[in-house]
Design a protein around this ligand. Structure first.
Ligand code: NAD
Ligand code: GLY
Length: 365
């Protein structure tokens, strides 16, 4: 804790030796951006979108008075996380003649953060990068850990790089303007940490689900900090997903199939929520998961305003979408599967009929 302006904040460190970086978490911390990141260079490119820029760009600009600022806005939506829009940001960097000693700042949700990170990773072979995540999902997941990407028309996040930021500034005050739906998407990722890593945190979430739904700032700050702690520990142990980091993909193989099937109606966090139910259902069918604990998972997801049932989709589509997952090896599906609340494993799954049975059990009639 610190500080000169009497604002209380927490710091979580992502431990990656000389590339370690802080995640600053607090309310109204946007105004303290330069104090938290004193190494910010003179020339900065802020990438955002019109929705977020209208709400938070003035405060960021004010905090950065004295810097040379260029702002590039992409449109609002997953479709802007594309090579075309990545190219347009590069055009801006070139047009303004930004040098290698500039920094890129992502101000927005996961879409802005993923694209901005890929820009930072590749402009002049890599420039400094800072994240100011403004959605709950970005604050607890996408801004931390260095996965950057844009989508290919045939697959999500297919073009990208691991590239760590130099710092992450989480202003919990930004969440006051988030829609209920986007807020719930962040809760899905928070629940994920409880399922894969921390039974005690899961139980805490059950006790505080009503507080979280009411956006109680004390509960929210704890949930964000604990989520960042867990993500930092996992990323610190396995930065490039050779092992344990894959567990962060609980529900994602199923979820990506739902997103690919119907991008327009499903948000990432909603699809992951249903995917976590499917993964649990699969283990239940295999008699490798406790029925009462499976019911707790479904109940908590439901209490957080998230869907627990998938849309109807032909079996062939499920299979082909799931086989595009980045965890597929030698043509074999590998799924992150919970073994208990607080523990999960990455497993090769050869039994498609069992997987499909779990899908059907989790699908609307
Ligand atoms: P998003 O970036 O599209 O943001 C959701 C909506 O909230 C948008 O309309 C945005 O304009 C709006 N918004 C953002 N901040 C706001 C605020 N404070 N107040 C009001 N509105 C606000 O979506 P997301 O859920 O943040 O991120 C999803 C993306 O993140 C996906 O592309 C997904 O692939 C990616 N992701 C990446 C990682 C990673 O590790 N890099 C992890 C998880 C998800
Ligand atoms: N969101 C998954 C990861 O960062 O690995």
């Amino acid at each position: 804790m610190h500080n000169s302006t009497q604002q209380i904040h927490q710091v979580v460190t992502v431990g990656l030796d000389e590339r370690s970086y802080p995640i600053i978490i607090g309310s109204h911390v946007l105004a303290q951006l330069p104090q938290h990141f004193p190494a910010l260079p003179k020339q900065l490119l802020i990438i955002s979108n019109p929705t977020v820029a209208e709400l938070y760009l003035p405060a960021v600009k004010q905090a950065l008075a004295g810097h040379e600022l260029v702002v590039h806005l992409i449109g609002d939506g997953e479709q802007y996380k594309s090579l075309q829009h990545y190219g347009e940001v590069m055009d801006t960097l070139m047009a303004w003649g930004l040098n290698r000693d500039c920094a890129i700042i992502a101000l927005g949700g996961g879409v802005v953060g993923d694209l901005a990170g890929f820009v930072a990773a590749t402009y002049q072979r890599g420039v400094a990068f800072y994240q100011i995540p403004t959605t709950l999902l970005a604050q607890v997941d996408s801004s931390v850990g260095g996965k950057t990407a844009v989508n290919h028309p045939d697959g999500k996040n297919m073009i990208g790089a691991f590239y760590q930021p130099l710092g992450v500034l989480i202003d919990t005050q930004c969440l006051s303007t988030l829609s209920d739906r986007d807020y719930a998407c962040g809760l899905a990722e928070i629940i994920k940490y409880g399922i894969i890593y921390d039974a005690e945190f899961f139980a805490w979430l059950e006790r505080h689900a009503n507080d979280l739904m009411a956006r109680d700032t004390t509960a929210l700050s704890y949930a964000i900090a604990r989520s960042c702690d867990i993500k930092a520990a996992i990323v610190g142990a396995d930065e490039t997903e050779q092992g344990v980091r894959a567990l962060l993909n609980l529900g994602h193989t199923f979820g990506h199939a739902i997103e690919a099937h119907d991008y327009e109606h499903w948000r990432h966090g909603e699809a992951v929520a249903v995917g976590m139910v499917m993964a649990t259902q699969y283990m239940l069918q295999q008699q490798q998961f406790n029925a009462a604990d499976a019911a707790r998972i479904v109940a908590l997801i439901g209490r957080c305003g998230l869907p627990t049932q998938a849309p109807i989709m032909p079996e062939h589509d499920w299979r082909s979408y799931m086989l595009r997952d980045k965890k597929v090896k030698g043509g074999q599906l590998r799924l992150v599967l919970p073994t208990a609340i607080g523990a999960a494993e990455l497993r090769m799954v050869k039994d498609w009929s069992g997987v499909y049975q779990a899908i059907v059990a989790t699908t609307h009639d």
